[in-house]
Design a protein. Structure first.
Ligand code: FES
Ligand code: FES
Lengths: 160, 800
């Protein structure tokens, strides 16, 4: 077992993990932060997306020990402490950008990071920026609209 | 919103119904608070790892767990034979023996002597952690003696084919005909001016909800109770089936579906892992859990489609179709799961599509293969039927020399023909198919698209345009129990609801529907709130736990609103009936003289003397002054059995651009006009259409469960099995037309499967339309760049 320290959602957490423990399992099973989901075993779906030192990353593609000392934000850490949702969460709600909600935490984290990185996103930019995050329910159009609403530009999807 | 026909106008426009309302389900899902199955953790739980067959067909000579037992945390390795006493005679259930002579081989949760498909469970590892269970399963070695495997369904019915189940002596499970008047069909074909004859292949699909499956079984050691948590669409059906399969008294079983991350039919089942974990938990007296990995899901969870279709149309010289004749081969896989054999039948009534065709002949032969069982996947039988008839109608249009829209118009069931008795014996409820098509044509700007298409053709452009139509009708709102009985289905099709008014006038709704993304909590609260004249936020909707909602038949077949929602609607009526009696008593008035306005009963035209709902709720609770003989409290329960199916319909138009150099297909426009009857929450309707369309388009262009000739699956993960991302997804332009269904009091029909049913033929018809000048009349699914490029290359005389 290895001792590591993660700053998760602003709180320092010390934990003992096997060297092969995936970060996503450390978050979910050891820290009981179960908002981050697992949708595959081939780094294909993005359900496990979190922010590591401010950058979005798939937490199933790295070992927890590789994140030792890192600053990690999960879906549990993006709303205000008074419960007010992050603008991206709010936009997903208002645009009906989720149905079953399983892809949603990963999608929201990827979208937050995308908008921060590319403030001038257009429809295609959002679509390609979120290519690594799969959703089986929504057909994506409302997700694209939600992200564009936060990014502050128009969408190819909405008529009228 | 892009509604061109405001659904609100068709419902009581004073309320919430018919207007978009944001979902109350969202905050928990958006913040990570929602609990999915793998988020649970129970004290003392043990993990199950499953050893799955690597052979498509093989005798199991031995299971060696010694290496696994060396692994830290692995406590036991159990073969199928070791486990057999846990279920005794109990085999996994098939609830739909479609014919009396259907062959249904015993299907044990873990195979004992022969593995029949890659992924078949052959041994089980128990461990103290997730990782140890996975490591242990990988370390078990199984000694197989391979047997010949049968993979292709046409090969399975050929003489001398290897047998999946030696003891059955055949690979055929059943043959199911629906031929009301065979002579009339023959005559129509004999006299036809045009006969279209097509063969289509429905490839197998992997449902791939983003949440894989999972099970946690928790025993009550002293009480003899079992609590089964499962990522399921059907907690109620699962409870009955677990009782029957394992012999646990049904009243000792509680089944809970936590938040469920999508299902699309693949969580409408009773799976080996549910029975296995339940049996082990009861036997060992500790919680037992299993979480499916995505790679495991490729073979451990049912697959969809898997059919070879032969369809023929007989038409007169105007292109009016007189008869349709269909022969189907349907792939059951190695075993019959819960409703496997019934899936082709759900399409079997709809091979005449939305057309007024006099004569009908349908026959399905269902066969076993050494592959994962098939079962219901979004649309279940109806997408396949719609695909065949819509592709064939385009062929007919070419034969007759008219446009696809014209051939459809010449054959549509007329708007004034409803209720319409179909040649397959169904009564279609309502519709105006021509108006729907006209609206889609207008939205698509068809003239402009065709002009661009003509220009590109004239220019010999390497980016050819194609337009594809798909006019569909589906039967949903499953289902009238008596009709299900006539189809040999093992249960009814009703749904239950309780509406309970609390002392403070807040309301609890208990529904037998089991949402997993459809937003029932929001929609049901709107229905109740409108009827009671209260705020939807004052209505709580409880579901998915048989201890809270003991009666129900769950969510599938686009049934929730038209059956479950109707039960809620009717239970609210019953509450109002009782409330009216209490109000009349308080007002010392005749109940017939009362009206319910803005949440209060008043004597008609006399708003000064009114009893608000809250006062009635409290009076019912205190019971201090109720009418003589009335029971206290305000609560009603309704079980609603629909008198008929509902028949959502629509026309979708796909416009594609085909890169003739690379074979790449891009959907450049997608228009959907759907008639799902009255709409409770148009925002949710539109979302269902979006997601449904992408799933249907994905069958057309991307998805395929690929097997090798010896039965190995190639597409095991999401890197190989191409669930589309936002980058591939088109933009959808969605509108609706409303013809209320006369079948239920809200006039609703259902929308969960419509997009998937419509989209596949729309997209392929568009691809074929783009390539038809090259002499191409068919493109196999999925129309991947390779497939399309090969078709073009062959048409141009190149080698394939
Ligand atoms: S779980 Fe990490 S990418 Fe799928
Ligand atoms: S909302 Fe269900 S997977 Fe995205």
């Amino acid at each position: 077992m290895e001792s590591i320290t993660l700053a998760v959602n602003g709180t320092e957490r010390n934990l003992e993990v096997e060297p092969r423990t995936l970060l996503v399992h450390a978050l979910r099973d050891d820290l009981r932060l179960t908002g981050t989901n697992i949708g595959c075993d081939s780094s294909s779906c993005g359900a496990c997306t979190v922010l590591i030192n401010g950058q979005s990353a798939k937490s199933c593609t790295m070992f927890a020990v590789q994140a030792d000392g890192a600053d990690i934000t999960t879906i549990e850490g993006v709303a205000d402490s008074d419960g007010t949702m992050h603008p991206m969460q709010q936009a997903f709600h208002e645009h009906h950008a989720l149905q079953c909600g399983y892809c949603t935490p990963g999608m929201v984290m990827a979208a937050i990071s995308l908008v921060e990185e590319y403030p001038d996103l257009d429809d295609q930019g959002v679509r390609h920026g979120l290519e690594g995050n799969l959703c089986r329910c929504t057909g994506y159009q409302n997700i694209v609209n939600a992200v564009l609403a936060v990014a502050g530009s128009g969408s190819k999807g909405s008529e009228s | 919103m892009t509604m061109t026909d405001d659904p609100a106008t068709h419902l009581d426009s004073a309320g919430h119904m018919g207007r978009p309302r944001l979902r109350r389900e969202d905050p928990a899902l958006l913040t990570g608070e929602a609990q999915f199955i793998d988020d649970m953790s129970l004290h003392g739980e043990i993990w199950v790892g499953i050893v799955r067959s690597t052979e498509a067909h093989a005798t199991i000579l031995g299971v060696d767990g010694s290496a696994a037992l060396e692994i830290d945390g692995v406590t036991e390795v159990l073969s199928g034979a070791d486990l057999a006493p846990l279920w005794g005679e109990g085999a996994l259930p098939c609830a739909w023996p479609v014919t009396d002579d259907m062959r249904n081989p015993a299907h044990l949760p873990v195979a004992t002597s022969v593995a029949k498909y890659v992924g078949d469970a052959v041994a089980v590892v128990l461990a103290t952690s997730r990782y140890a269970a996975a490591d242990g399963a990988a370390a078990v070695s199984v000694d197989y003696d391979p047997l010949p495997a049968v993979v292709d369904i046409e090969a399975a019915v050929a003489d001398g084919a290897p047998l999946v189940h030696e003891d059955l002596g055949t690979n055929e499970s059943y043959t199911w005909p629906l031929i009301p008047n065979p002579e009339a069909v023959d005559e129509a074909f004999a006299n036809a001016a045009h006969v279209v004859s097509e063969r289509f292949v429905q490839q197998r699909l992997i449902p791939a909800p983003m949440e894989p499956r999972g099970v946690v079984a928790a025993p009550g050691v002293a009480s003899g109770e079992l609590t089964l948590y499962s990522a399921t669409q059907i907690p109620h059906i699962l409870k009955v089936m677990t009782a029957v399969t394992l012999g646990i008294p049904e009243h000792k079983i509680r089944v809970v579906a936590p938040s469920v991350g999508g299902g699309f039919g693949c969580k409408l089942n009773v799976y080996a892992e549910e029975i296995l974990c339940s049996a082990l938990a009861m036997d060992r007296g500790v919680p037992v859990r299993w979480t499916e990995s995505r790679s495991e899901a490729a073979t451990a969870t049912i697959q969809g489609r898997g059919q070879v279709q032969h369809i023929e149309l007989a038409a007169d010289d105007n292109g009016k179709v007189q008869a349709v004749r269909v022969k189907l081969l349907a792939d059951m896989g190695a075993y019959l799961q819960l409703v496997t054999p019934g899936v082709p039948l759900l399409g079997g009534f709809l091979y005449h599509g939305c057309y007024d065709i006099a004569h009908y002949s349908f026959e399905c032969t269902s066969v076993f293969t050494n592959k994962t069982p098939t079962d219901a996947y979004r649309g279940a039988g109806r997408p396949e039927a719609t695909y065949a008839v819509e592709r064939a109608m385009d062929s007919l249009a070419v034969a007759v020399g008219v446009t696809p829209e014209e051939i459809r118009s010449r054959n549509f069931i007329a708007a004034d023909a409803f209720p319409y008795e179909s040649c397959a014996g169904l009564i279609f409820d309502s519709g105006d198919y021509q108006t729907v098509l006209d609206k889609a044509v207008e939205m698509a700007g068809l003239d402009g698209v065709r002009a661009t298409q003509a220009q590109r053709r004239a220019d010999g452009s390497n980016r050819q345009i194609g337009v594809g139509f798909s006019s569909y009708v589906e039967m949903c709102g499953l289902a009238p129990s008596r009709v299900l009985a006539s189809l040999n289905y093992g249960a009814g099709g009703w749904e239950a609801a309780t509406v309970r008014v609390l002392p403070t006038a807040k309301v609890q709704v208990i529904t037998g529907s089991t949402p997993h993304g459809q937003g029932h909590e929001t929609s049901w609260s709107m229905i109740v709130a409108d009827k009671l004249g209260i705020d939807p936020d004052d209505v709580e909707v409880l579901h998915s736990d048989t201890a809270i909602s003991p009666t129900g038949l769950d969510t599938y077949g686009s049934r929730s609103l038209s059956v479950g929602g109707t039960a809620v609607f009717m239970a609210t009526d019953k509450v109002l009936d009782k409330a009216r009696l209490i109000a009349a008593h308080q007002l010392e008035a005749n109940e017939d003289d009362l009206e319910y306005v803005d949440g209060a009963f008043q004597v008609k035209g006399t708003p000064t003397a009114a009893v608000p709902f809250a006062a009635i709720a409290f009076a019912a609770f205190t019971a201090h002054d109720l009418p003589d003989g009335m029971e206290p409290n305000l609560e009603a329960h309704v079980t609603y059995d629909p008198p008929n199916f509902t028949f959502p319909n629509g026309t979708h138009i796909a416009v594609v651009e085909v890169d003739t150099d690379t074979g790449d297909v891009d959907i450049v426009d997608y228009v959907a006009v759907d008639d799902c009857g009255n709409q409770v929450n148009p925002m949710i309707v539109e979302g269902q259409v979006h997601g449904g369309v992408l799933q249907g388009a994905a069958q057309a262009l991307y998805e395929d469960a690929v097997y090798t000739e010896d039965g190995q699956i190639v597409t095991v993960n999401l890197g190989d099995y191409l669930v589309p991302s936002a980058a591939e997804a088109p933009a959808y332009r969605v509108a609706s037309h409303v013809t209320p269904s006369p079948t239920n009091p809200m006039g609703v029909k259902g929308i969960g499967e419509a997009g998937t049913i419509a989209a596949t033929p729309a997209v392929i018809n568009a691809v074929v339309d783009a390539l038809r000048p090259m002499g191409i009349t068919d493109v196999a699914m999925p129309a991947s760049p390779q497939t399309v490029w090969r078709a073009i290359n062959e048409a141009q005389g190149g080698a394939s």
